[in-house]
Design a protein around this ligand. Structure first.
Ligand SMILES: [Zn+2]
Length: 316
């Protein structure tokens, strides 16, 4: 049995968080210091899109002790992600130079997160916490200076804020909303291909929500811009945090009111209608021409899978 024998498969990646965020602790440096010094404290060490993984005799381990993290060269500034069974879990960044040194070791790997998620190499319940660490480390690395006055800012509240000592502006980690939608017309669904997709892969269309825009308007606008299709009856399905670097994918469905496709080739390589039989072969990875649907770790797989299961007349 393969991952594609049933669909939709379980839940998408990054949606089940094992951590209690324990936000009430963020304001106390004293409590955070004590939690970090406790022997049960652990850290995810993140470098760009990769994670430092300890290779134990029993298999790979993604949660490092604080001592291990510092010994490997992780930056000392810890970001408090939350509590797991009462013990604190932190996110830590690491420099490219330290990663270079780790690559010479047999007992440590630096592994790309997306690959680990797709291969099931990380316990699924840990993926969301790792996504938190990745997004937060990335935000701190990119927002070291005040956007208001240019002064170096300081990490506060366990990493959930940066303060400017000069103009007193407060800066908070951002999450960027993205709509991703399955558009259907009776027995057909609209899928697109981006140039960077693997050969043969098709998925739902998606795009960033713009300033002062509703989710519904963003869905209709993105679909029209990328494919020339007009649609209506926009409905929310579910969301998926997407730590590249810090998006929230808002999964929606919509019903097309037109069928003639005009592809925006700046955005997409191609877009076309697929009937239910062909989309089923694609999502099960059984298409005779090698066409494939989105991977089960992505929300697009679940949008498509639900439609294939429930049919075009299912209630929204
Ligand atoms: Zn400032």
């Amino acid at each position: 049995m393969t991952a594609f024998d049933s669909f939709p498969l379980g839940r998408p990646a990054f949606v089940t968080n094992i951590l209690d965020r324990a936000a009430h602790l963020r304001g106390s440096d004293e409590k955070l210091f004590a939690l970090e010094g406790h022997r049960d404290a652990r850290a995810y060490v993140v470098h760009r899109d990769s994670l430092v993984v300890k290779q134990d005799a029993g298999g790979p381990r993604v949660l490092l002790t604080i001592d291990e993290a510092l010994k490997y060269g992780a930056n000392p500034g810890t970001i408090f992600l939350g509590l797991r069974d009462g013990a604190a879990v932190f996110g830590m960044g690491i420099s490219a130079a330290s990663v270079e040194k780790l690559l010479t070791r047999d007992d440590v790997a630096v592994t790309e997160l997306r690959g680990m998620a797709m291969q099931g190499a990380v316990p699924p319940e840990q993926l969301s916490a790792i996504a938190m660490a990745k997004s937060m480390v990335s935000w701190h690395q990119r927002h070291g200076y005040c956007a208001n006055c240019g002064t170096r800012t300081a990490m506060k509240e366990g990493g959930w804020k940066r303060d400017c000592p000069s103009c007193k502006a407060e800066h908070f980690p951002r999450t960027d909303p993205v709509v991703i939608m399955l558009v259907t017309s009776g027995e057909k669904c609209l899928l697109g291909r981006q140039k960077q997709f693997p050969a043969g892969m098709w998925s739902c269309l998606a795009g960033f929500v713009e300033a002062a825009e509703t989710i519904e308007d963003a869905v209709r606008r993105e679909i029209f811009e990328e494919s020339g299709i007009c649609c209506t009856d926009v409905n929310y399905y579910m969301t998926q945090p997407w730590p590249y670097p810090s998006s929230l994918m808002i999964g929606c469905t919509a019903r097309a009111t037109t069928e003639d496709i005009i592809v925006d080739h700046m955005e997409l390589e191609d877009a076309r209608w697929f009937d239910r039989a062909e989309a089923t072969l694609m999502i099960k990875r059984e298409h005779p021409d090698g066409l494939a649907g989105p991977h089960p770790f992505a929300i697009a797989h679940h949008l498509l899978g639900r439609w294939l299961h429930e049919g075009p007349d299912a209630p929204a």
